[in-house]
Write a protein that binds this ligand. Structure first.
Ligand code: SF4
Ligand code: SF4
Length: 379
């Protein structure tokens, strides 16, 4: 029987260097220390008591990872490198990553939406009025009059920072039964990246709330949330536990918004966007993606007007962009050098973290480009 990737020991590394070719942090530093191979060598040295895990050099190196997972996907020895990095963070960097409990508490005691709005404006200079919600569209084509019960997993960034995306998703489904459970919480991605094992309580809460509605489908506008739900939720529980089965049920019903609508609805570019579409559009595909259809769907929609950016990380990585802002900016500059922005009117992406990264960094090119989610440009 094939071993689960995460159980494959880091000693199996053959030093082949394949992982160096895909790591965004190595690409900008060209420093072995920051490569996936370098990081697991450090963990190996810690495991052999050759170096102190609390050493500043070790801590700083292990924190310089976006958890994009590209190294784990490509490693010929099947080592789940990002699993070992999270495991290290959970053992030795406990207080350096956000805590799920503190997150829940802060939501209870602070006017969270006001605080988050303030923080978002400070960090990302958001201009939330770039694309405003229209009133309900009257121009439906042959949209399927679905009787399915659809639930929306909002995701924290869209819920607290970029609520206009949620408004557009609501508008899109106005003739279907769309339920947005109020009490839902985070998908757990920021805590999972820090190796926090307590995310099971958070996931359990979401499972209880959502499955309590007996949904037919659960959609989310954020690819990172979809990725987290589909790939990692089940691992938060013992394999034979009831919640592991429920997590599998949740994940089997979860689809990213664009993927779902492109397969089930007759969609077109919204009138408002069409009227202002003097230039072309660019699409950025997130590292954490579940949809195989989005690029094809957008090409069908925009024809020759759409350009697809090369499949490279944008440099966000959640906590990574706060801990290593220079690395984050440099990775962004490797992604975008400016020439690909000529004649571009809209940049489309369907990951909320990538949206923030583009909002913050595209400003350096002084172009009047609006960063939008697919829900904001279709009807
Ligand atoms: S790709 Fe895998 S085996 Fe090769 S150097 Fe990286 S971690 Fe080691
Ligand atoms: S997860 Fe991504 S950023 Fe982290 S070591 Fe692997 S390739 Fe590099």
């Amino acid at each position: 029987m094939k071993k689960h990737k995460s159980t494959i020991n880091i000693n199996s590394c053959t030093h082949c260097a394949t992982c160096l070719s895909v790591c965004p942090v190595y690409e900008i530093t060209l420093n072995e220390r920051y490569s996936p191979r370098g990081k697991i060598s450090l963990i190996n040295a810690v495991n052999k008591n050759l170096i102190n895990p609390n050493d500043k050099f070790v801590q700083e190196t292990i924190s310089a990872c976006l958890m994009c997972g590209k190294c784990s996907k490509i490693c010929p020895a099947d080592i789940d490198i990002s699993f070992h990095l999270r495991d290290f963070r959970s053992k030795y960097m406990k207080n350096k990553y956000p805590s799920p409990a503190l997150f829940e508490l802060s939501k209870k005691i602070l006017p969270f939406s006001k605080v988050s709005e303030f923080l978002a404006n400070k960090l990302y200079n958001l201009n939330k009025n770039d694309v405003n919600s229209d009133s309900k569209s009257k121009k439906l084509l042959n949209r399927i009059k679905s009787v399915k019960k659809i639930l929306l997993f909002a995701g924290c960034v869209h819920k607290y920072f970029l609520n206009d995306v949620i408004s557009h998703i609501k508008n899109f489904f106005y003739d279907s039964l769309l339920i947005i459970p109020e009490e839902q919480t985070c998908c757990g991605m920021p805590f999972w990246s820090g190796g926090k094992k307590q995310i099971s309580a958070m996931i359990q809460k979401n499972i209880d709330i959502f499955l309590g509605y007996s949904p037919d489908i659960i959609i989310t506008g954020c690819e990172s949330c979809a990725f987290m739900i589909q790939n990692n939720w089940k691992d938060a529980f013992d394999a034979d536990s009831n919640y592991s089965k429920k997590a599998l049920e949740f994940s089997s019903k979860t689809m990213e918004f664009t993927d779902f609508i492109s397969k089930n609805y007759d969609v077109r570019i919204s009138e408002k966007i069409l009227k202002s579409l003097e230039g072309d559009v660019l699409y950025h595909s997130p590292c954490h993606k579940t949809s195989k259809n989005t690029e094809f769907f957008l090409k069908e929609l925009f024809g020759k007007k759409i350009k697809i950016l090369p499949d490279k990380c944008c440099g966000f990585g959640g906590v990574f962009s706060l801990k290593h802002p220079e690395f984050s900016d440099d990775i962004f500059k490797k992604k975008i050098n400016g020439t690909e922005l000529n004649n571009i009117k809209y940049l489309i992406t369907n990951c909320s973290g990538c949206q923030l990264q583009f909002m913050k960094n595209l400003k350096i090119y002084s172009k009047n480009i609006k960063i939008v989610h697919p829900a904001q440009i279709i009807e």
